[in-house]
Unconditional design. Sequence first.
Length: 102
Amino acid sequence: MYAVIRAGGKQYKVAKGDVIEIEKLKDSNDKVEFTPLVVVDDKGKSTAGKSALSKAKVTAKVVGASKGPKVEVSKHRNKTGFRRNTGHRQHYTTVEISDIKL
């Protein structure tokens, strides 16, 4: 059985036991619940839609936190001496999918 969940503006296809990195969660609880967008069970039957998935839950356990690679941004304008260097490093939360319930 697998499910498609939305976290941090992105969609992830997860199954029980998967370990994924999602964008940093505000609260650092031990357990996190997601409402799935689509659930496909072992028999190949897919369930979608708000009314069918209102009771479905995907529970995950927070494993840890990490940082992604640094992305450097350089701006330059010709013949003016304008140069700017900035960077960004995304924070991630690592979660392990513990259960998918329909």
